[in-house]
Design a protein around this ligand. Structure first.
Ligand SMILES: [Zn+2]
Ligand SMILES: [Zn+2]
Length: 368
């Protein structure tokens, strides 16, 4: 008999089935065995358990009403804390700061889940190494995307005086090329960001998730940040599945019952897994869109949305992009890929480009 079951056999060790389940960290089995021990009278039930364990009617109605009360408490807490915070703490910047806060909160809980739920179930050092390497790169590019000057255009009084002269008297600057807030001659592809209240070179968009603009200097970091964020979400999803596989084995065979067992086993891990799915969809669409625009079309988000406003994107009534240099070179330029000298990214200082190649430069900024 022993030869037939081979490595699947549990050798007698003097441990009870409950001890074995605890060693294996199988939550589903621990719960099931503990319940059976209680029903057979091996363990001493508490006062509340003694009162309810033989009243199945009460248990049924209690379980039916439980979600209602949980939801009521949760909504009550959210409503009261929101009203209190709105009255005494929040200010007008609420709409700008909340997405950044939501992002930090969800990522923090994902890491919490990795360390306290998933980590004990993963034995491979290679997986831990890959997860932490991804984390390090994610944090670096997130920090750079948030803290990096996206390409704010600086000016001084001397330059502002020259711009006013060029605009009003010499008329070498058109009104469209002038920013009345910064009092500057706007470089090509730049735009004034109403949130940062500054003009940004090669302005893409203002991103509330990084609390910063995406422009000439941080587009690369923003794209890499999204890429490693997807990596982190995939690792976290893999971790949740591993947790269920190792810690919540079930004897059910129907997928609905397996799903119910897994939710019961750990509602928290289920919640984090749902978060991962939603984030994957959201970040995936964002990254796909960024790559399509910057690499495939060679445009910024602002240019794509306001294409009709810029005359240079039309030639003989058809779409024409003077900035695109082909998919491969666009990718090399945006991501600044060098590959040990194999690729040569063209580094353009978009803070100082005022006209397209071949066009006459109407005005340039005064020397600093
Ligand atoms: Zn401006
Ligand atoms: Zn901005």
């Amino acid at each position: 008999m022993q030869a037939e079951c081979g490595s699947q056999c549990i050798k007698p060790t003097g441990q009870s089935p409950l001890d074995v389940a605890k060693t294996k960290k199988n939550r589903w089995l621990i719960e099931k065995l503990a319940r059976q021990r209680l029903e057979k009278g091996f363990d001493n039930p508490g006062w509340l358990k003694r009162k309810t364990m033989h009243n199945s009617e009460f248990r049924k109605y209690y379980m039916m009403a439980y979600p209602f009360f949980v939801l009521l408490c949760l909504l009550g807490f959210v409503y009261l804390s929101w009203q209190y915070s709105k009255r005494y703490i929040f200010d007008d910047n609420l709409g700008i700061t909340i997405p950044f806060g939501i992002y930090l909160a969800t990522k923090t809980w994902m890491y919490f889940t990795w360390f306290f739920y998933i980590l004990p179930h993963i034995n491979s050092g290679l997986i831990h190494l890959a997860f932490f390497a991804n984390t390090a790169l994610l944090m670096y590019h997130f920090y750079m995307a948030v803290k990096c000057d996206p390409g704010f255009i600086q000016t001084n009084r001397q330059q502002q005086s020259k711009v006013i002269l060029d605009l009003a008297e010499l008329e070498t600057i058109s009104v469209e090329q002038f920013c009345s807030t910064c009092i500057i001659h706007k470089p090509l592809r730049s735009k004034h960001c109403s949130t940062c209240n500054k003009c940004v070179a090669k302005f893409d968009h203002h991103c509330p998730w990084i609390f910063n603009c995406v422009g000439a200097s941080n587009t690369r970091h923003f794209i890499l940040y999204l890429t490693y964020l997807i990596g982190m979400i995939l690792w976290c999803s893999y971790g949740c599945v591993t947790f269920w596989r190792n810690g919540c084995t079930t004897d059910e065979d129907k997928w609905v019952k397996i799903a119910v067992d897994r939710i019961r086993c750990s509602p928290w891990v289920t919640w984090i897994f749902l978060n991962c799915c939603i984030h994957l969809l959201f970040v995936g669409v964002l990254l796909g869109n960024m790559l399509y625009q910057t690499v495939y079309l060679g445009l910024t988000t602002n240019e794509r949305i306001n294409l009709y406003r810029y005359k240079h994107f039309s030639r003989n009534s058809a779409f024409y992009n003077p900035y695109s240099r082909g998919i491969l070179q666009n990718c090399v330029d945006v991501m600044e890929v060098e590959c040990g000298g194999l690729c040569r990214p063209v580094k353009t200082d978009w803070r100082n480009i005022y006209s397209l190649p071949g066009e006459q430069e109407t005005c340039s900024r005064a020397p600093e």
